[in-house]
Design a protein around this ligand. Structure first.
Ligand code: ADP
Length: 474
């Protein structure tokens, strides 16, 4: 998992430990390099001092060509375990005496090299002149030392550095585990608060402020934002409650008004008809025309009241949602529209329909209004109406297509508003409530309704039902 995706605590710990680790490694490397170089220099200095002392002591043995003396002097090197070989070369450049005495001559340089000390392979070797203060050079001293002391010191320093690093990293771990909290705690508190808000939709919680730094400012800003959202949420809730109440009151009013209007209206129409029948011999043609107007008005008012009642009942008298076979729904719609279909010689066809979860009565009403309109708003030719369905993303989309008069795009929204009609009563009968009822039904099912059309090109009304409560079963 990349560092980015790890919890903030782990990220901070990793960063702190990585930083201290890198600093420690660099410091230890510098320390080891310094130790190594210093010790090499010291070893070189010690060997050259030893060489000078030995050379000074060997002058007599070389001057008098006393090999026994020379070997004796060299054997003193036993006290220096790092000296692995030593040799005295005479003036002629030949090996005169060697240490250890039994070491083969071949392991010594054939002739002395230039004076001075240098590191060669894994040894420190050197040649020092043997000379009396006043006299010329008598010979050369050869010394060879191993570097185990240097490596031993380096090993020790390395072990010390490793121990130091281990202890320092442990201390760094303990310190960062404690100190990272100063940064991670406020961030974690913020994240925790944000989670509570999004899980419970509770905007009353606040993130605790743990300091006055930038994280403290962030916490303040976050809490202020929550306060504002809480205020807005409260206002929104109040608005929704008010709207719901006024909606209910309006529905109730529409229901009561239309219901209570029916009774006096029935009286008006039946008494007017009675008047016309009973006194037909006493009323002249003009009177009869007036009575017909009155009856016609009453009939229209009756239709308006019925439609209004239907509209108000969509949400108040809705039935529970259950699986409904839309093929069966279309059968019922056809039966209800038999007269209209016959009168207009309409041809109503449909594809195979799915089963959806819906209020069956309202689905009948919805399709009946759409198919009824498709027949009513016909152009000159025979009305052809086709109903189809296709499954979309988490919804079923139904379409009712006709070859009628069509609708101009500017009216696409308006026609779904109650009482909005595009034609005079004389052209096409109606109350302007049908599509408003359709929209309410679809919305009650959690869906949407829209139209695609062009004047003279026919119309297609679509409605989508989600495959949830008002949705698909198969
Ligand atoms: P009504 O049918 O009572 O007039 P609606 O609410 O059903 O009321 O329709 C509103 C208006 O939308 C109608 O007056 C008509 O102008 C237009 N309309 C509805 N359906 C169609 C259709 N299939 N073809 C053309 N116009 C339509």
């Amino acid at each position: 998992m990349p560092l980015r995706d790890k919890p903030i605590r782990q990220q901070l710990m990793s960063i702190l430990l990585l930083t201290s680790g890198v600093v420690l490694v660099l410091t230890c490397a510098a320390f080891l390099a310094y130790e190594f170089l210093t010790f090499r220099q010291t070893t070189l200095k010690n060997l050259s001092t030893l060489g000078r002392v030995l050379a000074a002591n060997s002058t007599a043995s070389l001057a008098f060509q006393n090999e026994g003396d020379a070997r004796e002097i060299l054997s003193a090197l036993r006290a220096e375990p790092h000296i692995v070989a030593a040799g005295l070369y005479g003036k002629d450049g030949k090996l005169f005496a060697r240490y250890p005495a039994d070491s083969p001559v071949a392991t010594f340089p054939a002739a002395p090299d230039r004076d001075g000390y240098r590191f060669e392979h894994s040894h420190l070797v050197g040649f020092a002149p043997v000379a009396q203060a006043s006299n010329a050079r008598l010979g050369t001293l050869y010394l060879q030392s191993d570097l185990t002391a240097v490596y031993g010191t380096l090993r020790l320093a390395g072990a010390l550095a490793a121990l130091l690093m281990g202890v320092s990293l442990l201390v760094a771990y303990l310190l960062s585990a404690t100190l990272q909290g100063t940064i991670s705690r406020p961030i974690l508190a913020l994240a925790q608060t944000a989670k509570v808000v999004s899980d419970r939709h509770d905007y009353s919680v606040r993130a605790p402020k743990l300091g006055a730094d930038e994280l403290g400012l962030l916490t303040d800003a976050f809490n202020q934002m929550l306060s504002r959202i809480e205020d807005q949420d409260r206002a929104r809730q109040k608005l929704i409650t008010d709207l719901e109440r006024s909606n209910k009151e309006l529905e109730q009013f529409a229901y009561v008004a239309s219901h209570d209007l029916q009774e006096p209206l029935r009286m008006v129409s039946s008494y007017t008809e009675l008047l016309g029948r009973r006194y037909s011999d006493k009323i002249d043609d003009k009177g009869r025309t007036f009575i017909n107007f009155a009856v016609d008005g009453a009939v229209r008012m009756q239709r308006l009241i019925n439609d209004l009642l239907e509209f108000s009942r969509v949400s108040t008298r809705g039935k529970p949602m259950q699986p409904v076979d839309v093929n069966r729904v279309l059968g019922a719609v056809r039966a209800n529209l038999t007269v209209a279909i016959k009168e207009a010689s309409a041809l109503v066809t449909n594809d195979e329909m799915p089963t959806v979860v819906a209020d069956e009565t309202q689905l009948i009403q919805l399709l009946q209004n759409l198919i009824g309109n498709a027949i009513k708003f016909r152009a000159g030719e025979r009305p052809l109406v086709h109903v189809s369905a296709r499954s979309g993303a988490a919804e079923w989309v139904f379409a009712v297509r006709d070859n009628g008069i069509g609708i101009a795009p500017v009216y696409f929204e308006r026609i779904f508003v109650i009482f909005q009609r595009l034609h005079a009563r004389g052209e096409y009968p109606g109350t302007g409530i049908g599509l408003a009822v359709c929209r309410r039904i679809v919305e009650r099912h959690g869906g949407r309704i829209w139209v695609e059309s062009a004047p003279g090109q026919g119309s297609t009304f679509y409605f989508a039902l989600p495959t949830g409560n008002g949705g698909q079963v198969s």
